[in-house]
Write a protein that binds this ligand. Structure first.
Ligand SMILES: [Zn+2]
Length: 152
């Protein structure tokens, strides 16, 4: 399991430590995206875990991914746009290259700022696609583990 860069580990609430690179899935706002650290070139996948009323405050899990793999996807993704199915396969291939971390970030996706972050030891973080989480219902724990109260 790869560690995060020091910039993200030390990111303070109120800042926005990322540069957005690619939005891969959207649920009235960012659901899955590739971002780079604002201070270095470390590249990450953000994936939605939970959200509160209004969808503005969202909890994401963070995975690392290599810049080269993302760059390759950007080239291929451009070619695949005419074929939805092959686009989906390439997206799955891209996401299969990510390496999970133990870090969660709560972001305000309207104001683009970090609300809270935490690295969890001993708490299994789901690894399946975020869309499946939606079907099984929302899991309130994630807000609590970040020291936040989920608004309903
Ligand atoms: Zn960094």
């Amino acid at each position: 399991m790869k560690p995060l860069c020091s910039h993200l580990l030390g990111a303070e609430a109120g800042s926005f430590p990322f540069r957005e690179r690619l939005i891969l899935d959207y649920y009235d706002g960012l659901a899955v995206g590739i971002v780079s650290c604002a201070d270095c070139d470390a590249t990450y996948v953000l994936e939605l875990l939970d959200w509160d009323q209004g969808l503005r405050r969202r909890v994401f899990r963070l995975a690392t991914i290599s810049r080269e793999i993302v760059a390759e996807y950007e080239v291929k993704g451009g070619r695949a746009t005419c074929k939805l199915e092959s686009g989906q396969l390439e997206l799955e291939a891209l996401l299969s290259q990510r390496e999970a971390t133990r870090t969660l970030f709560a972001l305000d996706v309207d104001g683009l700022r970090l609300i809270a972050s935490a690295s969890l030891e001993g708490v299994p973080i789901p690894t399946g696609p975020w869309g499946e989480l939606r079907e099984v219902g929302q899991d309130e724990r994630w807000f609590g583990l970040l020291g936040l109260t989920k608004e309903r």
